[in-house]
Design a protein around this ligand. Structure first.
Ligand code: PLP
Length: 395
């Protein structure tokens, strides 16, 4: 008789966004004349830049002619895109070989699929609060998970401590949900921990394009990281590809665990289970790295960062502790008047018609905190910030 993977029963039902939608719908039903500004969504809203659209149009035309038509491409991505990515990493002083880059349909699938390379008796270290994919993909394999706590005293940037014992470490910087960014010195502590404990760091750089200050964009800026880290990145937030789908993973050839090359294992995994990203999408992605493409994406991201700044000012006006919002599209703040995350959700919705994401949805350490995103329009962000600043009493 067929047996199901009972590990799926270990997963907590994912009610967060459906609960949010339910409460908003009820509010609209009860208050038909009031509008709601949604600041919870972690999805981009600006359209693709003209350089990407133009490159994709040209690629479609190529596909229409016998001479330039393309069928299956290399599973790891076309060299033209990998060359562009290699050039981008050079901006941060990081040198990578083409066969260390693997193009994919996005960071989420790679973060999930990388679990294939490791035995299930590894212990996993994840920060709390956390992007839920790191936790759920390991629960599906019934792996032991240790949480390292983020809180106000460490600025939501947990670091290794004496006695911490784990084999696979998930780090995300700039962080979702907190917007906090690790410094070089802090990342070095994690790299040293990984090297000393023969552990591997899985570094999620999905928001690196928001960094405007002197923080590392890539874990490979840290000495020793090529011996202990894999990096995931994506065009989703960089260039508005959340619906277009393209990402990449860098697996250094130096990375040998248990006598096995993770680069070779990932190549084998991808060529066995994945057939590559569409040529048209990869042409679009490569256009992001042209001179004009870089100017255009910077303009879009600067727009989101301006929104984040507006939200940060609203927090300061109310004397609310917050992090993020400078090198990140996320603002993570302590709910005023010691409210819990859901009580604050209801208070904000009822008092000013603005919504966000309750921090408790990202882990135990998120209780009492709240996430706002900068992906709404400038007009709505200004309006939400004005309304927020005018509240005298949240309870
Ligand atoms: N990593 C983090 C931290 C994210 O927040 C997201 C998406 O929101 C992803 C990865 C997924 O990116 P992609 O759209 O490339 O799958």
């Amino acid at each position: 008789m067929v047996k199901a993977n009972t590990n799926y029963q270990l997963l907590k039902p994912s009610y967060l966004f459906s609960d949010i939608a339910k409460r908003i719908n009820q509010f609209i039903k009860d208050n038909p004349n009031r509008s709601v500004i949604k600041m919870g969504i972690g999805d981009v809203t600006s359209p693709l830049i003209p350089e990407v659209i133009c490159a994709m149009h040209l690629a479609v035309d190529e596909m229409s002619k016998k001479e330039t038509f393309r069928g299956y491409g290399p599973e790891q991505g076309y060299d033209f895109l990998k060359e562009a990515l290699r050039g981008y990493y050079k901006n941060f002083g990081v040198s990578i070989d083409l066969d260390e880059i693997f193009v994919s349909d996005g960071a989420k699938s790679d973060i999930a699929n990388i679990t294939d390379l490791f035995s299930n008796d590894n212990t996993i270290i994840v920060p709390d609060p956390v992007y839920p994919v790191y936790v759920d993909t390991n629960l599906m394999l019934n792996r032991k998970i240790i949480y390292v706590d983020g809180n106000i005293s460490n600025g939501f940037l947990p670091l290794p401590y004496d006695g911490l014992k784990g084999d696979i470490i998930y780090l995300c910087s700039p962080n979702n949900p907190t917007g906090a960014v690790y410094s070089k010195e802090q990342l070095k502590l994690w790299v040293d921990y990984a090297l000393n404990n023969k552990a591997v760091i899985l570094f999620d750089a999905a928001y690196e394009c928001f960094i405007r200050e002197d923080y590392p964009h890539s874990i490979f800026e840290i000495e020793g990281a090529k011996d202990c880290a894999i990096e995931f990145c994506s065009f989703s937030k960089t260039a508005g590809f959340t619906g277009t789908r393209c990402g990449y993973t860098v697996v250094p050839k130096n990375l040998i665990i248990d006598g096995q090359s993770l680069n070779k294992m990932w190549l084998r995994r991808q060529t066995t289970k994945f057939n590559g990203v569409s040529y048209i999408v990869q042409r679009g992605a490569a256009a992001v790295f042209t001179k004009e493409g870089q100017i255009s994406v910077k303009k879009v991201i600067d727009g989101y960062l301006d929104n984040a700044k507006i939200l940060g000012e609203a927090m300061r006006a109310q004397n609310i502790w917050y992090t993020g919002g400078v090198n990140s599209p996320y603002i993570w703040f302590k709910c005023p008047e010691d409210m819990d995350s859901w009580d604050f959700f209801d208070a904000m919705l009822n008092k000013i018609g603005v919504t966000g994401t309750p921090g408790s949805g990202f882990g135990k350490q998120g209780e009492g905190y709240f996430r706002l995103t900068a992906f709404n329009t400038k007009e709505n962000t200004i309006l939400a910030a004005q309304k927020f600043s005018q509240v005298k009493n949240w309870r």
